[in-house]
Design a protein around this ligand. Structure first.
Ligand SMILES: Nc1ncnc2c1ncn2[C@@H]1O[C@H](COP(=O)(O)OP(=O)(O)O)[C@@H](O)[C@H]1O
Ligand SMILES: [Mg+2]
Length: 350
């Protein structure tokens, strides 16, 4: 069953169109991630679901209840939706405990117990209860904001770039903690981010936004492997995109002959491969693939990203492409290499 349904949502701020014909279903208990570049309309969409913005057209339902349509609108405080805005937005004049307990109706000892439980669930030490927001790190503030939102026992949790202020190590740890916490609580969640690796790892369902439009949605692995267009392909990771002649299930391109996974309506098309589908070796034991030379080596510890210029090139002589190699075994710049591919090439529909 779908918890949240968005139908044909439109929103403009004066001449600026922020959302255009957004349709999205969020299954109950899922983690949906909305990813897109800055200014693509992500925050506007979350604020609309929370009830702080109103659509110019379209409707929104949660568990079968209409939240907004042309004739009525449920106010934000009656939606039972938890919302953690981008900056956490803690009340600066309230302690951690008061922030978390803000929406609780319990009084006395039950209230204190509930606050302690919520602090524990977001891994905040009990000794922090009487601190002020300005005495907390960015990560701690985000956890207080999350605990405050969880206190409402929301039907849906909205998180706007919750990890963006954290450094890389803490970010991954927080992401795991929040994912586990929300799964344990069984809360349907929508997370917004502009970080593709965060999106791919957190999501059950991924929705890509660009310029106010939702350009593609589905399981993260499908979007990564079968993007609808080049921009989405490149937004979700490094990609090798090149022209090819398509014939009877094969793409003939500057890398030789590669099997394709779909039909093309045109005899030529753009194909996409992920760098991890390319393999290099120093000798050609394989008649497929093609020869090239390493022109750049970017050492990244456990993996190394190589730029390889291909020799034979029907479409573009000297075409360069990215290949990943095990860091310590990567060939040096100037080495002659043989490049072969693994799996299928994806035909980009655009
Ligand atoms: N209150 C507002 N008034 C005018 N323009 C706005 C307002 N909120 C957002 N916008 C515009 O709408 C677009 C989408 O913004 P936003 O939803 O914040 O994007 P994102 O969260 O993806 O960065 C941007 O062009 C932004 O400038
Ligand atoms: Mg935003």
């Amino acid at each position: 069953m779908n918890a949240l349904e968005l139908h044909s949502i439109y929103k403009s701020f004066g001449p600026q169109r922020a959302l255009e014909n957004i349709n999205l279903s969020v299954p109950t208990g899922s983690r949906t991630v909305i990813v897109g570049p800055s200014g693509s309309g992500k925050t506007t969409l979350l604020r609309m679901i929370a009830g702080f913005e109103f659509p110019d057209a379209g409707s929104l339902t949660l568990n079968g209840q209409t939240l907004v349509d042309a004739t009525h609108c449920v106010p934000a405080h009656q939606r039972l939706i938890g919302y953690v805005p981008q900056d956490g937005a803690l009340f600066p004049h309230m302690t951690v405990a008061a922030n978390i307990g803000f929406g609780l109706t319990d009084k006395g000892p039950t209230r204190q117990t509930r606050i302690a439980e919520l602090m524990d669930s977001v891994a905040l030490d009990a000794s922090m209860a009487q601190r002020w927001p300005h005495e907390l790190s960015g990560g701690q503030q985000q956890r207080v904001a999350l605990a405050r939102a969880l206190a409402q026992q929301p039907r849906l949790m909205l998180l706007d770039e919750p990890f963006s202020a954290l450094d890389t190590g803490l970010r991954a740890a927080m992401r795991k903690m929040v994912a586990r916490l929300l799964a344990d609580a069984g809360v349907t969640t929508i997370l917004v981010t502009h970080d593709q690796s965060e999106a791919l790892s957190f999501a059950d369902q991924l929705a890509v936004m660009r310029q106010g439009r939702l350009v593609q949605s589905g399981p993260p692995m499908d979007l990564y492997q079968y993007p609808h267009d080049t921009q989405t392909a490149l937004f979700l990771g490094d990609a090798v995109v090149m022209p090819a002649r398509i014939e009877a299930g094969w793409a003939h391109c500057d890398l030789g002959r590669i099997a394709v996974n779909s039909q093309s309506t045109h005899p030529t098309a753009q194909i996409m491969l992920r760098p991890e589908q390319l393999q290099i070796s120093s000798t050609s034991t394989d008649s497929s693939g093609c020869q090239g030379v390493v022109t750049e080596r970017d050492f990244g510890g456990n993996t190394c990203t190589l730029t390889v210029a291909l020799h034979a090139a029907e479409f573009e002589p000297g075409r360069s492409l990215l290949v990943r190699s095990t860091g310590l075994q990567a060939p040096a710049t100037g080495s002659a290499v043989h490049v072969t591919t693994l799996g299928h090439a994806h035909i980009l529909p655009d």
